[in-house]
Write a protein that binds this ligand. Structure first.
Ligand SMILES: [Zn+2]
Length: 447
């Protein structure tokens, strides 16, 4: 092995390896002409093996580096290749709003860039809606019996997109044009205006959203038509997730929790769509793949839910608090995430007990006050003395006031119970079993 031989190799060697090989080969030359003993032959062979190993190591490093470079180049190219901008329509051109259609035409305004556009809304009461007890999401199941309208799975349109900046979110995040008002005007849905700085940063990465949007049908145009397919809808959810992830990095802690919850919900929505795909016989070939995607979305959802601090959840309206815990419970159950499962289950049980007890207590109080007022009225009727009569009438008034208070409290608690009970009924079978198992384990550990 000499210098030329080294240079003739197909591999390009890194500097350190080349120097080591040169040193070894010059050692060989110095020893040339000497009589070879078995020891020198062995030594030479070992050295040759070393050289071969070093060469292959260097070659591998080279190959890996080349592959990594290539991957990076592809990524860079993808990121830098200009996206052919598509002018998305401001109107859903194919939006039919006639008698047979479930769609309404509504005008919205983007909170990010203030662009106004038309998007479909749903005619109230034209579709049958069911609440999915696990995720607490609305699911469209059919058309009302007396209706001649054509069924549309309106969940495909839950995400609205601004055609200009591709801000994507649910309907309530956009300002709504109130055309029916005496003085038609925009109804502001947002409490705070998006600051100029955030708006500028959002615009800076429009290419990424363009690329994402263009993966939907007809270069993304199908997102702006009633022809949206489930795949398009999934892309619209990805765009909404992208919007939320962007905003989460820019807002205050309190708002962050709220957005994190929305992001979790989007992932749950996505998991429901994959669930629908699992029932589609045409997709049976990719069953395993869809199954994995479904679990991945649930995993993403749970990740978001876990990130929301307890203090924020406590600030939710009690009904939303219950829905949140039901969602967390279900996701944790699907993923066998014991800690979140136990936590959400305990919280649901606490609220269930608390409000059912409050209802019982208020009902008892109400009954007692009614008995009291009945007696007072009877006494009042019997009383001959005017002063006594007046005194009793005042007491009756006091109790009437009290009854009114108890009644409104009762209505409120019953409202919460109506939300909590069906949710708790669904989860309690699983949760109670889990608690029983825990108790048994504890007993075994003690015994
Ligand atoms: Zn916009």
């Amino acid at each position: 092995m000499n210098d030329q031989e080294l240079e003739r190799t197909d591999y390009t060697l890194d500097e350190e390896t080349s120097l080591r090989l040169l040193a070894i080969s010059s050692m060989f030359r110095a020893e040339e002409g000497k009589v070879k003993t078995p020891e020198t032959i062995i030594e030479e062979s070992i050295t040759r093996i070393h050289i071969t190993l070093l060469k292959s190591k260097a070659a591998y490093a080279q190959i890996y580096k080349a592959l990594a470079d290539k991957r990076q180049r592809i990524r860079d190219e993808a990121a830098s290749s200009p996206v052919e901008p598509v002018d998305y329509p401001d109107e859903f051109q194919d939006l039919e709003t006639g008698i047979e259609s479930v769609f309404l035409k509504r005008k919205y305004r983007c909170p990010m860039c203030e662009n106004a556009f038309t998007a479909p809304a749903l005619k109230t009461g034209s579709l049958l809606v069911k609440v999915d007890q696990r995720t607490q999401m609305e699911v469209y199941t059919g058309v009302r019996q007396d209706s001649e309208k054509e069924f549309v799975d309106f969940s495909l349109f839950h995400i609205m997109l601004c055609p200009k900046c591709l801000y994507a979110s649910t309907e309530k995040e956009f300002d709504l044009w109130d055309a029916g008002a005496k003085n038609p005007q925009w109804i502001k849905r947002k409490h705070t205006k998006i600051p100029q700085k955030i708006y500028a940063a959002f615009h800076n990465n429009i290419e990424r959203r363009m690329r994402l949007a263009q993966s939907a049908g007809d270069m993304g145009r199908r997102l702006f038509s009633t022809e949206r397919t489930e795949e398009d809808a999934a892309i619209s959810i990805d765009l909404a997730s992208d919007t939320l992830e962007f905003l989460i990095g820019k807002v205050s802690i309190n708002r962050k929790a709220e957005l994190m919850y929305q992001l979790g919900m989007l992932n749950l929505l996505k998991s429901l769509q994959f669930e629908k795909q699992l029932e589609d016989p045409e997709l049976s070939n990719s069953f395993q793949e869809i199954k994995k995607k479904r679990l991945d979305s649930i995993k993403e959802a749970l990740k978001c839910f876990i990130k929301i601090p307890d203090s924020s959840v406590e600030n939710f309206d009690v009904r939303e608090n219950v829905r949140f815990n039901a969602r967390k419970f279900w996701a944790a159950h699907e993923l066998k995430h014991l800690e979140s499962f136990a936590q959400a289950g305990a919280s649901l049980q606490r609220t269930y007990n608390q409000f059912n007890n409050m209802v019982k207590k208020a009902e008892r109080e109400f009954q007692l006050e009614e008995v009291k007022i009945g007696k007072l009225r009877a006494d009042m009727n019997k009383a001959k003395n005017i002063q006594k009569k007046e005194q009793l009438a005042n007491q009756v008034k006091e109790i009437e006031k009290n009854l009114q208070l108890i009644r409104s409290g009762l209505e409120n608690y019953r409202g919460v119970v109506r939300v909590v009970n069906p949710i708790y009924d669904t989860i309690s079978v699983i949760y109670d079993k889990f608690r029983e198992m825990q108790r048994q384990r504890k007993r075994q550990a003690v015994g």
